[in-house]
Ligand binder design. Structure first.
Ligand code: SF4
Length: 439
């Protein structure tokens, strides 16, 4: 019997209004289904927590410890906060929370503790029972320090939360907010069809700080129609002044069928050229690094110690379980997802066809797992550590991918530096060419 960290993702697919560029699995005008939906989300959590969903978990004999929980959407912040509390209560009831790295580092993971945790006799890291189990732990505070907190994030849209809601989030253990700002320019927010203004964002951000949230991510978008480099500069300067712990910056990709895509096709809007979009990216990178942020993944920046555990786990090919409609999971080398729509998800449970909720994608073999490890790992600015690869797969990536790496190094897209294989600055701009070699 062993132990392993996992992440849990819970999808809340409700939105007030569809943004003009949105291709995500999110729906408007379905508020009447919220209660029913949450009921089955809690059921699914229980089912997985109790180990009853065997389909892709055969042979699972490890104790799973939840290192991160991410409540995303959609717009999780538009549903009543009591449902968010209920979801977290359910997770605490059926899973063990904590960070195994800390447990091992502090030498407090022993067989007896594992056995007790397996029987759900002690659930979260504030529970006194753990103190009784580990000889070298004396107080609950000590426990919390040694086990480390599970990172619990909720996505919030500006203007959809008030002080009471944020207080309830804090009370039920949420310790990280991810606020979808995109731009501090109201004209651009309007182009995107966002429901909020910059002032709404400031109100949400300042209220969250007042209540005591100490880990906040802000999303910034680049390459928006009619967005100039000066607009981006103004946005990033405004964000830096607020000093959030984490900033994600993504380039707009217009998917077919979205209103903005149709406007582009009808020549009603134009997008910044690739060259300008790259200049925006490098401007943001330079400004954030000057302000003390670490660029740790192609699109993500953080103050030291605030890198997102949830996202890092995905890039490190660790396991996660997705709960709710359209949520994706990765366990025991199998990738699968849940039925896409809210109605399908609910109906499959209510008619006893819950097996139809699971859509199989892929069972990895060693080759596909190694390729994916390279592809995901190269997203990180630190890249892939050769020793980590050897430890995980018993193979040397330099030898295994010598043809691909030789080509990428010659094209100046990848560099090999001691124990590390990583993107060059040019590779950051042309990452797609790198991924192609590992698909
Ligand atoms: S808030 Fe997010 S999920 Fe909802 S419509 Fe806008 S982009 Fe899509």
């Amino acid at each position: 019997m062993g132990t392993k960290n996992i992440g849990i993702y819970v999808h809340i697919p409700f939105c007030k209004k569809k943004c003009e560029y949105c291709d995500f699995k999110s729906y408007t005008g379905k508020e009447s289904l919220i209660e029913q939906y949450i009921k089955w989300v809690k059921y699914e959590l229980q089912e997985v927590g109790e180990g009853n969903r065997k389909d892709y978990e055969e042979g699972r004999d490890d104790l799973v410890i939840v290192k991160s929980i991410y409540i995303g959407g959609g717009t999780p912040s538009i549903i009543p906060s009591k449902y968010i509390s209920e979801i977290l209560e359910t997770i605490k009831q059926y899973f063990v929370l904590g960070d195994i790295d800390n447990l091992e580092k502090n030498n407090i993971m022993n067989d007896e503790l594992i056995k007790q945790l397996f029987n759900h006799q002690s659930i979260d890291n504030t529970n006194n029972n753990i103190a009784n189990l580990a000889n070298n732990i004396k107080t609950t505070e000590d426990v919390a320090n040694k086990i480390g907190n599970t990172e619990i994030t909720i996505e919030v849209n500006p203007g959809t939360v008030d002080e009471a809601k944020l207080k309830e989030y804090k009370k039920c253990g949420i310790n990280r907010l991810s606020i979808g700002l995109q731009s501090t320019n109201d004209r651009i927010l309007k182009t995107l069809g966002r429901i909020h203004t910059y002032t709404d964002f400031l109100n949400t951000y300042n209220t969250a700080r007042k209540i005591g949230f100490e880990n906040i991510n802000v999303d910034l978008m680049l390459g928006i129609p009619n967005q100039t480099i000066e607009d981006v500069e103004e946005s990033i300067n405004n964000i830096i002044k607020l000093s959030p712990e984490h900033i994600s910056t993504y380039s707009l990709i217009l998917e077919e069928g979205t209103p903005l895509y149709n406007k582009l096709e009808a020549n009603e809007i134009t997008l910044p050229s690739d060259e300008i979009e790259r200049k925006m990216y490098w401007l943001v990178k330079t400004k954030l690094e000057e302000a003390g942020y670490t660029h740790y993944e192609i699109s993500n920046f953080a103050k030291k110690g605030y890198e997102s555990k949830h996202n890092l786990a995905c890039w490190n090919q660790e396991e996660y379980i997705g709960i709710g409609a359209a949520a994706h999971s990765y366990t025991n080398t199998v990738r699968y997802s849940n039925a896409d729509t809210i109605e399908e998800y609910i109906n499959n449970y209510e008619t006893g066809n819950e097996v139809d909720n699971i859509i199989f994608h892929e069972k990895q073999n060693k080759t596909s797992k190694m390729q994916e490890f390279m592809l995901l790992g190269l997203r990180k600015i630190d890249g892939v550590h050769i020793q980590d690869f050897k430890n995980k797969f018993g193979e040397n990536p330099i030898f295994l991918y010598r043809k691909e790496l030789e080509k990428l190094v010659n094209e100046n897209l990848v560099e090999i530096d001691g124990d590390t294989i990583k993107l060059t600055n040019q590779g950051l701009d042309l990452a797609n060419l790198v991924w192609e070699e590992f698909v």
